[in-house]
Design a protein around this ligand. Structure first.
Ligand code: SF4
Ligand code: SF4
Ligand code: SF4
Ligand code: FES
Length: 362
């Protein structure tokens, strides 16, 4: 069903069933958000997206308010500006405000809004939390001092990962995020998928491996496919000085829509590990052509032509001596579909055997 409404004087026709925030976004009208995330169910927790709707007694959160026929909405009135500024002032009244040393600087929704609305840090001085930053898990730093209780992490954990490892405990000034039965992350049902880190709008949840490694604007972004398995999750590598310092979600990835497992998100340090093999290796005796009895010999680095010609020669010898079916081939879920297809062709048409299988079936 089509509806017509007016936002900031712009007459808009759209389909029913959307929120004011959705319609404004489609029309190119910017409304700030903090607790809202386009891939999570709306919560209406932070009130930064308040708008003025004619014939409504109070300001309404645009991320939850349904767009209906005939609405007249103002997103930039002085009343709206004051309300949003007040929300930010209240958030800053219990926030460390250490943007200069914070890892999320330049990639923080709160910081951007504080700048945009010209908020001063000490408008409401008073009690501030001093939470310890002591969660011992290897992947995620938990800094509740920077948490704005937007519950994005709670919803990501529940709706995306289906784990429900995070919740908000207590009420009022004592409210804070907690893991499991208010324990450390490792002792909760957490699977360290990192979805909560990805959606956190501040540095309250931050990857430990990335601390102090570089700011967002200092990195080159490389879109790629995670190499750990065959699902094909899209990820974005943040690279600084030729080194991966963070892995972000590839929101457009058709296989994962931005979500990853623990390996894809945090298991990238192998790329720079000094023990990583970068060239093929063969046993020394294979280069000499004469196997020594009982001796396996040292591994020697060779170029690809040498390694492939030895492999092909040995496979031909086995085939000639024992027949094609004496050879079996294992392909890998870590390869692309195209590579596995070629391996299938190699087994059936070059070697002449149907003995081909795939590690994911073992
Ligand atoms: S979380 Fe954001 S606002 Fe808070 S200190 Fe870090 S950059 Fe600044
Ligand atoms: S890492 Fe994943 S499983 Fe663990 S708390 Fe965050 S969203 Fe939940
Ligand atoms: S940890 Fe981050 S995502 Fe979770 S409630 Fe706090 S600010 Fe929001
Ligand atoms: S973004 Fe709408 S209430 Fe938080």
């Amino acid at each position: 069903m089509k509806i017509k409404l007016t936002i900031d004087g712009q007459k808009i026709q759209t389909e029913a069933g959307k929120t004011i925030l959705d319609v404004a976004k489609e029309a190119g009208i910017h409304i700030p958000i903090l607790c809202h995330h386009p891939l999570l169910p709306p919560e209406g927790a932070c009130r930064i997206c308040l708008v003025e709707i004619e014939r409504q007694r109070s300001l309404q959160p645009s991320c939850t308010f349904p767009a209906t026929d005939g609405l007249v909405v103002h997103t930039r009135s002085p009343k709206v500006f004051e309300a949003r500024k007040f929300v930010l002032e209240m958030l800053l009244s219990d926030h460390p405000n250490d943007c200069m040393t914070c890892d999320t600087t330049g990639n923080c929704l709160l910081q951007d809004l504080i700048y945009e609305y010209g908020v001063k840090p000490d408008t409401y001085p008073g009690l501030r939390h001093q939470y310890p930053i002591d969660d011992p898990n290897p992947f995620i730093q938990v800094d509740r001092n920077k948490c704005i209780l937007c519950t994005r992490c709670v919803r990501a954990c529940s709706y995306v990962n289906g784990v429900d490892a995070i919740s908000v405990v207590y009420r009022g000034f004592s409210a804070r995020i907690a893991f499991g039965a208010d324990s450390f992350m490792e002792e909760s049902p957490c699977e360290f998928c990192g979805s909560c880190v990805e959606v956190c709008p501040t540095a309250a949840l931050y990857p430990k491996l990335s601390i102090g490694q570089g700011r967002l604007w200092q990195t080159e972004k490389v879109n790629t496919i995670c190499s750990y398995c065959g699902v094909g999750c899209q990820i974005t590598l943040e690279v600084k000085d030729n080194k991966i310092i963070r892995v972000d979600s590839g929101w457009q990835g058709p296989a994962n829509h931005g979500w990853t497992c623990v390996k894809g998100r945090f298991g990238y340090d192998y790329v720079h590990h000094p023990d990583r093999l970068k060239k093929p290796r063969v046993r020394q005796y294979l280069l000499e052509g004469t196997p020594r009895k009982g001796e396996r010999g040292e591994w020697v680095e060779v170029d690809w032509d040498t390694a492939l010609s030895i492999t092909s020669q040995k496979l031909s010898e086995i085939k000639n001596k024992h027949g094609s079916n004496s050879i079996g081939i294992l392909a890998s879920a870590k390869c692309t579909n195209e590579e596995n297809y070629l391996m299938n062709k190699f087994a059936r048409q070059v070697v002449g055997t149907n003995n081909i299988d795939h590690c994911a079936r073992l």
